[in-house]
Design a protein around this ligand. Structure first.
Ligand SMILES: *Cc1c(COP(=O)(O)O)cnc(C)c1O
Length: 518
């Protein structure tokens, strides 16, 4: 089947992928990169991927509720459907294509062994409502993963059900709230450092707390004196990221925890950056009460579009009694899942539940496969290699990019640069867009907020020296153009399927439904 291009694409429109050659094709295609319209523009109500006979008669069992208007979903044949999504997927960048340097996101390779294990019928075909006696193996996997997470963090207990980092933050803060309420000491404020990820203050506010900022020192770490000065009987908790989002280890974490505990508050640690310290530092030894672990970051399970996330929360002994339901308990001869119907006796202080079922089984199998294939020594090497790669980038670029916190020592798993030294009118955004033309996904931009025009680069341990060198070469050349005030940077990306989008309008006025002719 070699259908003509029915694309709604109009050659020569502003987005036309002409590239530096200036060639405009009649199809809008560019080499073997095919232009592809929306499915609503090419699909019709009269086309269908399956060929079924019309239903014959039979009494109407819908009691007058039968649909009276067309369904409104576009139809395509099977080959057209496959091509539509394959063409779109080729316009997407993925970790399987190249380095994905998004700082704070820990975009690492998803090993194929993990995928194989997750698809084994005994795991892949499970149903969450199966009787407990038929899922003993799955419960054993959850229990073994929990054991590893506890060993790696030095914590007392773990709640496996939260489904992402942010969901884990909420779980941890709800445990803290329940613990404070249990001792009759409800408090109203949560302290969050200036450099925190947006989910931290959002979580605290969502749980009903007032959020107050703790300032950073000029070296990019939490200002311990300022924190101590603010602690008081209204402070419920502090939320601290360690290593922090400036890519630095909070060396005074133990002193911070001690001061917070002395003031009767609790310590939440955002564990999104655990990849930098896994196998080297145990958060439990630093006095932390609750910390989420993003399995899709540190333990290599896919992010976002690649599958659901998972954010188990490790808890201190003080918070363990308040953990959510359900949870797995080891009993003689097997495992059981403790649910609400097991009653007050089984979990008298649990704050409730976070999700319908006990977490993301597909992520648990992948994470455990990753952990077991590395072993304890391999995980320790992961953090070492991740930190080495980030420092290689930091040192290779600091003559062309300002590294505000790179002067006082090495970074952890991510290198942070600012826009200082760029020519007037050239912004971080221009540099990020120019990276797209060079074939690289941009780094995290404008985060953390404490650095002007921030660029946060996290290579992870998965990148070879050759791939780091190529990335460094590209970024160096773009940084030199930014310093020289190269006007063409404002035009980037010039070689991508789409040029610059109006990102502000897209965020403020998102168009979420396709309207014919709209
Ligand atoms: C990724 C991240 C989060 C949120 O995790 P999700 O799994 O995306 O919800 C929170 N804090 C930091 C520092 C992160 O990098």
């Amino acid at each position: 089947m070699n259908a003509p291009n029915t694309s709604g694409w109009k050659p020569g429109t502003p987005d036309a992928p002409t590239g530096e050659s200036g060639i405009v094709t009649v199809t809008g295609n560019r080499g073997l990169m095919l232009e592809e319209p929306l499915i609503f523009e090419i699909g019709g109500a009269d086309t269908c991927g399956v060929d079924l006979p019309e239903p014959s008669g039979g009494a109407d069992r819908l009691g007058g509720l039968a649909r009276s208007e067309p369904f409104g979903l576009p139809g395509l044949s099977e080959p057209e459907t496959v091509r539509h999504y394959t063409r779109l997927s080729r316009q997407n960048y993925a970790i399987d294509c190249g380095i994905f340097p998004l700082g704070s996101c820990t975009m690492k390779h998803n090993p194929r062994l993990n995928e194989k294990v997750a698809r084994m019928p005994g795991f892949g075909d499970l149903h969450p409502l199966q009787p407990e006696s038929t899922v003993q193996g799955a419960l054993a996997v959850i229990d073994e993963l929990a054991h590893w997470l506890l060993a790696l963090t030095g914590m007392h207990s773990v709640a496996m059900s939260p489904k992402a980092g942010a969901h884990g933050e909420l779980c941890g803060i709800l445990c803290i709230r329940a613990a404070l309420e249990a001792r009759g000491d409800a408090r109203s404020v949560i302290l969050v450092p200036e450099s925190a990820h947006g989910t931290n203050p959002a979580t605290a506010a969502f749980a009903g707390y007032q959020v107050e900022n703790i300032p950073a020192t000029p070296e990019g770490r939490v200002d311990l004196a300022a924190l101590k000065a603010r602690l008081g009987s209204d402070v419920a908790a502090v939320m601290i990221t360690n290593p922090n989002t400036c890519g630095l280890f909070e060396r005074e974490m133990k002193a911070i925890s001690d001061a917070v505990h002395a003031a009767g508050a609790l310590v939440y640690c955002d564990g999104a950056n655990f990849n930098a310290i896994v196998g080297r530092v145990r958060p439990g030894d630093l006095g932390i009460d609750a910390m989420h672990i993003n399995l899709h970051k540190t333990f290599s399970t896919p992010h976002g579009g690649g599958g659901p996330g998972s954010g188990p929360v490790v808890l201190s002994e003080a918070l363990a009694p308040f953990a959510p339901l359900p949870f797995v308990r080891k009993v003689a001869g097997g495992f059981e899942l403790i649910e609400e119907e097991d009653g007050v006796a089984a979990a008298p202080h649990s704050f409730g539940r976070m999700a319908a079922f006990n977490g993301q089984m597909g992520m648990f199998t992948r994470a455990l496969a990753y952990i077991l294939s590395h072993g304890a020594d391999g995980l320790r090497q992961v953090s070492g290699d991740a930190v080495l790669g980030a420092n290689y980038i930091l040192r290779s670029l600091q003559d062309v990019l300002d590294a505000p916190f790179g002067k006082t020592g090495p970074c952890m798993h991510e290198a942070l640069f600012s826009d200082r030294g760029f020519a007037e009118g050239v912004a971080t955004l221009d540099l990020a867009k120019a990276l797209i033309d060079e074939g690289f996904h941009p780094m995290t931009m404008y985060f953390p907020l404490v650095v002007h025009g921030a660029m946060l680069v996290e290579p992870t341990e998965c990148e070879s020296k050759a791939s780091l060198d190529q990335f460094i070469m590209a970024l160096r050349s773009i940084a030199e153009r930014a310093r020289a005030g190269d006007e063409s940077l404002h035009q980037a990306p010039q070689l991508a399927p789409r040029r610059r989008l109006d990102e502000t309008r897209a965020a403020r006025q998102p168009v979420l439904a396709y309207e014919v002719g709209g």
